[in-house]
Design a protein around this ligand. Structure first.
Ligand SMILES: C[S@@+](CC[C@H](N)C(=O)[O-])C[C@H]1O[C@@H](n2cnc3c(N)ncnc32)[C@H](O)[C@@H]1O
Length: 427
């Protein structure tokens, strides 16, 4: 589909019923984070961009390529959640199964392909998306997998294509700018072909790989927090918060939550302070022992915690003391009517957990779910105060009922992505 092949609807012979002309259709690419998102991405592209599911082609090892009009309203583009980015497709030359001559053998071959792309149309698309297409500052990058043009470095390839485009695009008012480009034209080379395009919109979720100091897997954090059915206005405490990832996820799920994170380790307190510094909400982080917290009795709605396994922090035998002391403190600070807790630990501490739960007659186990964290066999315990009014069915529907038998988190990952705010326009 070199900006032109396939995708536009067939023309009717009835002049009164003519579909829009080819000129109204633009070529796009989109990327997904995992194969499991392909189907749902196709459905979203159909609903938002009006593209037939079958007309979405997967090319160049995973890019979704399709032809569509500019979405109406154009802001609809930002409602896409299943895809990671959407871009304007300038050129797609697939070479798998084609004669060797189809693959560019030199920088000149590649240049001929790249400068031949329909930049006028791309310029028009930018205009329709609300970006004045005059005076566009662009730069060119190159990504390569495989052996194509291996005699040149990717920066050499990018520089040569950038130079060629600078001359070609002058007439459109576009000029090269490495420092502050409005858009980046990417030349993607692989043994499967050549794809050239530039991003129009991408996901900007702050916890999607953008956490400055990494800790617990954000998808697992999503599962733990989602299970608690946290609501705006409630207080969520992570009493052993490490780098604060559960707090980040809680904010992501429900921005009106009051967050409290404690840890005994000063370096963790600093990491959590740094990570949560990007949140525009009420966050309190402190160096505090989770068995003696400076909190009023029954002041916390939700406790979410990735307990120390005794692997990186403490030991399994130390946990036999720590967990029961923490459970007693939890009993003191958690609200009696509505309080609930989601706790994560590994199987080596399961015996200690069972003992704590047996002793805590004030607590009810609502659900448990196994989970593989790397090679660690883990378990999430969802608890609430005995007689509390927590909506168990809702929590089960959310996670446990449908996934109790599961160990992985692929479905969580999918659901978490589909809860994102959507794409942000880049142009
Ligand atoms: C499994 S880690 C939590 C990791 C965290 N969820 C993250 O994503 O970074 C457990 C944390 O418990 C802390 N910890 C251990 N004993 C504690 C105690 N008595 N009070 C508070 N924090 C404690 C450790 O310093 C460690 O940061």
């Amino acid at each position: 589909m070199a900006a032109g092949e396939g995708g536009a609807p067939p023309r009717s012979s009835d002049p009164a019923n003519q579909p829009p002309s080819d000129d109204d259709y633009y070529d796009y690419y989109a990327t997904v984070a995992a194969r499991s998102m392909l189907n749902v991405a196709r459905t979203e592209l159909r609903d938002v961009m009006g593209v037939d599911r079958e007309a979405v082609r997967v090319a160049m090892g995973g890019k979704l390529c399709f032809r569509s009009k500019v979405p109406e309203p154009r802001g609809a583009l930002t409602s896409l959640r299943a895809v990671e980015r959407v871009g304007c497709l300038l050129l797609l030359r697939e070479t798998t199964g084609k004669p060797r001559g189809e693959t560019p053998q030199s920088l000149e071959d590649l240049r001929a392909l790249v400068v031949g792309s329909d930049f006028k149309k791309a310029s028009r698309l930018l205009g329709l998306l609300g970006r004045s297409s005059a005076a566009i500052k662009f730069r060119v990058t190159c990504k390569r997998s495989g052996r194509v043009l291996q005699q040149h470095s990717t920066s050499e390839i990018a520089a040569s294509q950038g130079k060629a485009l600078e001359a070609t695009l002058e007439g459109l008012g576009w000029r090269a700018s490495l420092r502050e480009p409005d858009l980046t034209i990417t030349v993607q080379l692989s043994d499967a072909g050549v794809l050239v395009g530039f991003d129009l919109a991408k996901q900007v979720d702050f916890s999607e790989g953008n956490i400055s100091i990494k800790g617990l897997d954000p998808v697992v954090s999503w599962g733990v927090i989602r299970a608690t059915n946290i609501q705006a206005g409630e207080t969520l405490l992570d009493p052993m918060c490490g780098k604060g990832i559960l707090l980040m996820e809680a904010f992501r799920i429900c921005s009106g939550v009051k967050l409290v994170g404690y840890d005994v380790d000063q370096s963790m307190v600093e990491a959590a302070t740094k990570n949560t510094g990007v949140l525009d909400g009420e966050v309190q982080i402190g160096k505090v022992d989770a068995t003696r917290m400076p909190l009023e009795d029954q002041s916390v709605d939700v406790i979410a915690c990735d307990l120390p396994f005794g692997f990186h922090f403490g030991s399994v035998s130390e946990n036999k003391e720590l967990y029961p002391r923490f459970f007693r403190e939890m009993e003191r600070v958690l609200k009696r009517e509505t309080g609930r807790a989601a706790l994560l630990t590994n199987y080596e501490n399961h015996g200690t957990m069972l003992k704590c739960l047996e002793e805590a007659s004030w607590l009810r186990v609502l659900a448990e779910r196994q989970l593989l964290l790397g090679r660690q066999k883990c378990r999430i315990y969802l608890l609430c105060a005995e007689g509390g009014s927590f909506n168990v069915e809702e929590a089960k529907k959310q996670l446990f009922g449908i996934e109790e038998k599961r160990k992985g988190k692929e479905r969580w990952s999918k659901r978490r992505r589909l809860e994102r705010k959507g794409l942000q326009l880049l142009v």
